[in-house]
Ligand binder design. Structure first.
Ligand code: FPP
Length: 243
C-alpha cells in the first residue's frame, strides 16, 4: 500500500496493456514444466486484475495467446486452452461481483466450440459492469486484426474516401477501448511481438526483467509511478522545451 496513492488520478493510466512474458523461464529456473509457469502466471494475473481495480486503472488488456502461439508444442497449446477455460470456470463469478467487464480481442472461431461458447457467455454476463474492462487477447495478432478490419470494411462497402483513423478504430477488435496509455512487458525482451501494433502508436512502454509470475503489486505500482513521471508529447514539444 502507501506510495501508489500519491499518484493523482490524472496521472494514472486509463488503459494498461501487458505482455505477460517469462512464464517458461520462470518454470525452467525452478526445474518445473512450462505449464507450471503458465499456471503461476495465471495466479499472478488474478493479483494484477485486483491491483488494477485498486489503482484506478479502467481498462486492462492482457496478451494471453497470440496467433503465433499455435506453433508451440501441442501439449502447451492444449494446456493454455485449458487454463483459459479454467479461468472462466473458476474466476468469472468473482470478477463479475467485482464489477469487471470481460471482453475478448482476437479470433474466437479457431477455439473449440465449448470454449468459444464459454467466452461468449462470460462476455454477455459481464457486459454491464463498469469498474474495469478486461480485454483478453486470445488468438490475437496485431497484423491479423488489421486484416480483419480491412476485410470487414470492404464487406461493408466502405469507400476509399471514408477511410480515416477513426473509422479504422471502429473496425478493430479493440473498438470501445481507448488506446493503451502504458504497455508493460515482463522478462526483458525489447519487442512488440505483434501486440496492439496500431493502438500503441503513442503508448508509453515499461519493460522489466522480472518474469511475469513474479511481477507483483509493488512492481506494478512502480510501473505506474514511472508512467506518472513521463512527459507525453504525442509528437509535439512540451512547454519547458521551448527556447
Ligand atoms: C509468455 O511466456 C506467456 C504466454 C504465451 C502465455 C501467457 C498466459 C498466461 C499468463 C495465463 C493465461 C491467462 C488467460 C486468461 C488465458 P513464455 O511462455 O513465452 O515465457 P518464456 O519466454 O520464458 O518461454
Amino acid at each position: 500500500m502507501g506510495e501508489i496513492f500519491q499518484i493523482p488520478p490524472e496521472k494514472t493510466p486509463q488503459h494498461v496493456a501487458i505482455i505477460m512474458d517469462g512464464n517458461g523461464r520462470w518454470a525452467l529456473s525452478r526445474g518445473k514444466p512450462r505449464l507450471a509457469g503458465h499456471r503461476a502466471g495465471t495466479e499472478n494475473l488474478r493479483r494484477i486484475i485486483r491491483a488494477s481495480v485498486e489503482f484506478g486503472v479502467r481498462y486492462l488488456t492482457i496478451y494471453a495467446f497470440s496467433t503465433e502461439n499455435w506453433g508451440r508444442p501441442p501439449a502447451e497449446v492444449k494446456g493454455l486452452m485449458h487454463i483459459f477455460e479454467n479461468v472462466i470456470d473458476q474466476e468469472l463469478e468473482e470478477l463479475h461481483e467485482e464489477g469487471v467487464q470481460l471482453r475478448h480481442i482476437g479470433r474466437l472461431e479457431k477455439l473449440t466450440p465449448k470454449l468459444h461458447k464459454k467466452v461468449l457467455a462470460a462476455i454477455d454476463l459481464t457486459k454491464d459492469n463498469t469498474r474495469l474492462v478486461l480485454n483478453i487477447a486470445f488468438n490475437y495478432g496485431g497484423r491479423d486484426e488489421i486484416v480483419y478490419a480491412v476485410q470487414n470494411m470492404l464487406r461493408d462497402g466502405v469507400s476509399a474516401e471514408e477511410v480515416n483513423i477513426e473509422l479504422i478504430n471502429q473496425y478493430l477488435f479493440t473498438v470501445g477501448s481507448p488506446d493503451p496509455d502504458l504497455i508493460i512487458r515482463t522478462s526483458g525482451e525489447l519487442r512488440t511481438s505483434n501486440f496492439l501494433i496500431w493502438q500503441s502508436a503513442y503508448s508509453e512502454w515499461y519493460i522489466t526483467p522480472t518474469f511475469w509470475p513474479d511481477f507483483d503489486r509493488e512492481e506494478y505500482a512502480k510501473a505506474l509511478k514511472t508512467y506518472a513521471e513521463r512527459d507525453r508529447r504525442y509528437g509535439g514539444v512540451s512547454d519547458e522545451h521551448y527556447g
